[in-house]
Design a binder for this molecule. Structure first.
Ligand code: GCW
Length: 661
């Protein structure tokens, strides 16, 4: 018995056996590793769903399910088509990758009780790269991990376990095709992952992922030529450094044949990078890109670059501006096998931020959107916070970059500027907990990320409901109740935490719970500058100028208080407490009201959950119930601390006379 669950691939038995006929016998002429994985999955699923043993048929006439390659269908490498013809289901694709995705899609449809009789669907992924970033450390801890320790590492060693295969199945089933398996902060021994010490285990892991069409990436230490190679510098323009990386890459790609390339955090939060040698990010990234090029490798270079040694007294430097300032001048200077990975917002995965202005800004550079499934600033998998609606807002944002297809979804898919290497990446939320994600409902975020990266047009509702029926219950009333909780959860979280886009106000370091001045007098560049009259930083044209990094269409909205979307008001402006919002309420009254409301809505979600007892598996019921107890406490704390903080600053009483401390 393994000590982890199967999440959305549980394949709970189906009472209605009408689809059983398709699965009694399967026929395919293909026999590559991906089709072997598809056949194994069909066997596992049919056994659990229908209690039958699937036969691999000798001829297509007797089969209910047929997997065939058909390059003429223009489905690309990963697209597929599923149709029913004369009582048989056909999965067709141009490549085995598509057959595997089509197989998972079909199994998920059956398992979530969707109608498959008469099925006719055709899907091609919107984003070429759909990737997870593990922030797992080699000692077995996980940076911003909220679901137990790593299942990739333990005490400095790489672990090869069956759990990794199940992880690969889960990821593949939602269309993920890349994974970086170590933290972007490469330290405490992780530098040595690219050495003989770990190749044997890494090769086994990369082999497992290869069976599911998932390329493996490693995060590297930019200073590796020094740390590992004993050179005196890591200057990307020095011959000996280039030679070192060239040799190293020959070794790595020779030993790990399923390598996609490297993910690099450089000159960011203390990580080494090209700046030390007076070089820029393009110099650094291109040097590595040339070293991996002979093997078809890609360098994914993060844009999370800012001065984390700021002086809080300095009112001119604005962390929000840093990403754009650092990378815009380099547009067009990166090699073809470099992808810039850009966080969804300019600061850092807050519950509400504007979309990063590099989207649309960069027009001659491969780029990828980075989101965080791990809920570092959105409840840490203790508080429920369904993130798909937030990611959809980002994807749907129209950048105004002057092209007809100008949303973030268009740009990162390559439609807008014709890139081939682009897509979506996400910081994973998984660990050794039995349910993988700590909070059971956080499973919806992992599932949702994959689905959305493959098919961004799906709605948050559809994804939630599909996931609930796979992982919790197929009962439609239960589904509706849990969907309701998920769909309001982000708004509720936003209400009881930092108001109107101001961000942070969290406890330093671990980032859970309120601390309005936790980052106010520190070096991290995240200030709200609240005094007795007003709060917020003026980021408009007359302030730090951040609003001017957007194209005029958006800059025009953001730069004025009156047109700025209100949920971002305090991100862009310094606003007096007595300022009237569109609702007619003053800012201070809005803060009080939304915080009380947020906490009350958590109590309501808790009640709604308690009504599910007996209608869903008891272990899931109890685990989530325990999380709600903690969320209630957390939301109370946030509500009281934030309201008291603003009351004490402003001395303006609550119109409703509620207790504020
Ligand atoms: O917000 C910060 C996190 C760090 C993280 C960093 C990053 C991996 O608090 O833990 O480091 O973002 O994205 O690099």
């Amino acid at each position: 018995m393994c000590n982890w669950e199967q999440a959305w691939l549980a394949y709970e038995p189906i009472e209605n056996q009408k689809d059983k006929k398709y699965f009694e016998s399967v026929y395919t002429q293909q026999n590559g590793v991906l089709v072997e994985s598809a056949l194994r999955e069909i066997k596992t699923a049919a056994e659990k769903l229908f209690s039958i043993t699937v036969r691999r048929g000798e001829n297509r006439e007797e089969a209910g399910l047929i997997l065939e390659l058909n390059p003429a269908l223009n489905l690309g490498k990963e697209g597929y088509q599923i149709t029913e013809e004369e009582d048989r289901i056909y999965i067709r694709a141009a490549k085995e990758n598509g057959l595997l995705y089509g197989t998972f899609r079909l199994l998920i449809m059956v398992s979530s009780r969707k109608e498959i009789a008469g099925i006719s669907i055709r899907e091609i992924p919107s984003n070429p790269v759909r990737m997870l970033n593990q922030w797992d450390n080699i000692d077995g801890s996980i940076e911003r991990g909220y679901a137990g320790r790593s299942f990739f590492y333990e005490n400095g060693k790489v672990c090869v376990t069956e759990r990794i295969r199940d992880y690969a199945r889960l990821l593949c089933s939602v269309g993920i095709n890349g994974i970086s398996i170590n933290n972007v902060n490469v330290r405490n021994g992780a530098e040595w992952l690219i050495s003989e010490r770990h190749y044997k285990e890494l090769e086994q892991i990369s082999h497992i992922f290869a069976q599911y069409g998932i390329s493996m990436y490693l995060c590297i230490d930019f200073a590796a030529p020094m740390t590992l190679g004993g050179l005196s510098c890591a200057d990307p323009l020095k011959e000996e450094v280039k030679d070192w990386w060239e040799k190293k890459c020959g070794e790595i790609f020779g030993r790990l044949p399923n390598m996609g390339g490297f993910l690099v955090k450089a000159d960011s939060e203390g990580r080494p990078g090209p700046f030390a040698y007076g070089r820029n990010h393009a110099d650094g990234a291109n040097m590595l890109a040339r070293a991996v090029k002979p093997y078809g490798g890609t360098i994914i270079w993060r844009c999370f670059v800012y001065n984390c040694q700021q002086d809080w007294r300095d009112r001119r430097t604005d962390r929000a501006c840093a990403g754009y300032d650092n990378f815009m001048p380099l547009d067009g200077k990166f090699d073809d096998n470099v992808i810039l990975q850009i966080k969804n917002g300019p600061i850092d995965f807050q519950v509400r931020e504007p979309v990063h202005p590099l989207f649309g800004g960069l027009q001659h550079t491969n780029q990828m959107l980075e989101v965080q499934i791990a809920q570092e600033y959105t409840g840490q998998q203790i508080d429920v916070c369904y993130l798909v609606p937030m990611w959809k807002e980002v994807l749907d944002f129209s950048t105004g970059c002057g092209k007809p297809e100008d949303t973030v979804a268009d740009i990162i898919s390559g439609r807008t500027f014709g890139q081939q290497r682009c897509g979506m990446a996400a910081v994973a939320n998984t660990g050794r907990d039995a349910n993988w994600t700590g909070h059971d409902l956080a499973g919806a975020n992992l599932y949702g990320f994959g689905r959305l990266a493959f098919a961004p047009q799906l709605s948050a509702e559809e994804i939630a409901s599909e996931w609930i029926s796979l992982q919790i219950s197929r009962d439609s009333d239960v589904n509706r109740s849990i969907s309701d909780i998920l769909l309001r959860s982000r708004e509720v979280y936003e209400k009881y935490t930092a108001p109107l886009g101001i961000g942070f106000m969290v406890n330093p370091a671990h980032h859970y719970g309120p601390n309005p001045e936790g980052y106010e007098y520190s070096k991290w560049g995240t200030y709200h500058r609240a005094d007795h009259l007003a709060v917020g930083v003026d980021r408009s044209a007359g302030g730090t100028g951040y609003s001017e990094q957007y194209f005029e269409k958006n800059a025009a909205l953001f730069r004025e208080k009156g047109t700025c979307p209100e949920n971002l008001l305090l991100f862009f402006h310094r606003v007096p407490y007595t300022y009237r919002l569109h609702s007619g309420k003053t800012l201070i009254q809005h803060i009080y009201d939304s915080h009380f409301e947020g906490h009350e809505q958590v109590l309501q979600m808790q009640k709604d959950w308690e009504l599910l007892e007996g209608r869903i598996p008891q272990h899931i019921f109890l685990r989530v119930k325990e999380r709600f107890t903690r969320q209630v406490e957390n939301s109370r704390e946030w509500c009281d601390v934030i309201n008291s903080f603003f009351y004490r600053k402003s001395m303006i009483p609550d119109e409703q006379g509620r207790e504020i401390f």
